[in-house]
Write a protein that binds this ligand. Structure first.
Ligand code: C5P
Length: 239
C-alpha cells in the first residue's frame, strides 16, 4: 500500500482505534494514533507538576486561559523526547525513555488531556510531528492514521478521508468497558459524564461530528469485521 494515506477522525469510544489498527494490518500499512501524542504531552506535563487543572478551568471560561501554564506546556511539547510506534500489531508510546503505552490510557490522563489539546501552540507542534510521521510511513508502506482533525487539518489532501460515527449507546458502552472493565448500566452512567465533557472540550478545537467536504462517513455500529470491510473498501477505491 506504498503511497496510500488513509485518515480517520471520530469521537472517543467510536471504536476507531481497533478499526484502524486492523485495517492497517490487513493493508500491510503503518498505523498512527495521533491521540497518543496529546496523551503523551499530558503525561509529561503531569509528571513535571504543571498545573493542568488551572489551564483547563481557565480555558472553559470564555476568553480565559492560564497563559503561564499554557506557555509551559507548549515549550514542554516542543522539546519533548517522544516516540510513537507505527506497527499496527504492537503500538507503543515512549516518553523520555519511559514506556508509557499503558499509563497514557489511565483516566487521570483522559480527564486532563483536553487542557493540553486545546492549547494551540501544542497543536501546532504535534501536528508538525504527526505530518512528518505520516509522510515517512506513507513512503515506506502506506499508513492508516486516526484522530480528531486529520481529515480537516493534519492531512486534508489524503487520498482516503473518513469520519467514523457510531450509535451513542454503543459508544458509551465501549468506553465503559475500556474504563471500568464492564459495560453494565452503572458503569455506562459513570462513563457518560466523562465522554460528554471530553467531546465538548475537544469540539472547541476540531470538528469531528460532521463530515467535511469529500469526507466519507463510516457507521461503526456493527461488528468489527463489518467496519474493517467498509474501511478496506474505501481504501481499495483509492489504490
Ligand atoms: O483518541 P484519544 O481519545 O486517545 O485522544 C485523546 C485526546 O487527544 C482527545 O480527547 C483530544 O483532546 C486529543 N486529540 C486531538 N486531536 C487529535 C487526536 C486527539 O485533539 N487528532
Amino acid at each position: 500500500a506504498r503511497g496510500l494515506v488513509v485518515v480517520v477522525d471520530g469521537p472517543s469510544g467510536s471504536g476507531k482505534s481497533t478499526l484502524c489498527r486492523r485495517t492497517a494490518a490487513a493493508l500491510g500499512a503503518g498505523y498512527l494514533d495521533t491521540g497518543a501524542y496529546y496523551r503523551a504531552v499530558c503525561w509529561a506535563a503531569l509528571e513535571d507538576g504543571v498545573d493542568l487543572a488551572a489551564a483547563a478551568a481557565a480555558s472553559s471560561t470564555p476568553g480565559g486561559r492560564d497563559h503561564g501554564s499554557d506557555e509551559a506546556v507548549a515549550s514542554l511539547a516542543r522539546g519533548l523526547d517522544l516516540r510513537v510506534g507505527t506497527d499496527p500489531e504492537r503500538p507503543y508510546v515512549i516518553v523520555r525513555g519511559t514506556d508509557v503505552t499503558a499509563a497514557i490510557r489511565e483516566s487521570r490522563i483522559s480527564a486532563a488531556v483536553s487542557a493540553v489539546a486545546t492549547n494551540l501552540e501544542v497543536r501546532a507542534e504535534l501536528i508538525a510531528r504527526q505530518r512528518a510521521a505520516i509522510a515517512v510511513q506513507a513512503a515506506e508502506r502506506g499508513v492508516v492514521a486516526e484522530g480528531r482533525d486529520l481529515t480537516t487539518v493534519v492531512a486534508p489532501d489524503a487520498a482516503v478521508r473518513v469520519l467514523v460515527v457510531v450509535d451513542e449507546q454503543r459508544r458509551l458502552a465501549r468506553r465503559a468497558l475500556e474504563l471500568h472493565g464492564t459495560s453494565d448500566e452503572a458503569a455506562v452512567e459513570r462513563t457518560r459524564d466523562e465522554v460528554v465533557r471530553r467531546d465538548r472540550d475537544d469540539s472547541t478545537v476540531a470538528s469531528f461530528t460532521e463530515a467535511a467536504d469529500g469526507v466519507a462517513v463510516l457507521d461503526n455500529s456493527g461488528t468489527l469485521e463489518e467496519g474493517v470491510e467498509a474501511l478496506l473498501a474505501l481504501a481499495a477505491a483509492a489504490l
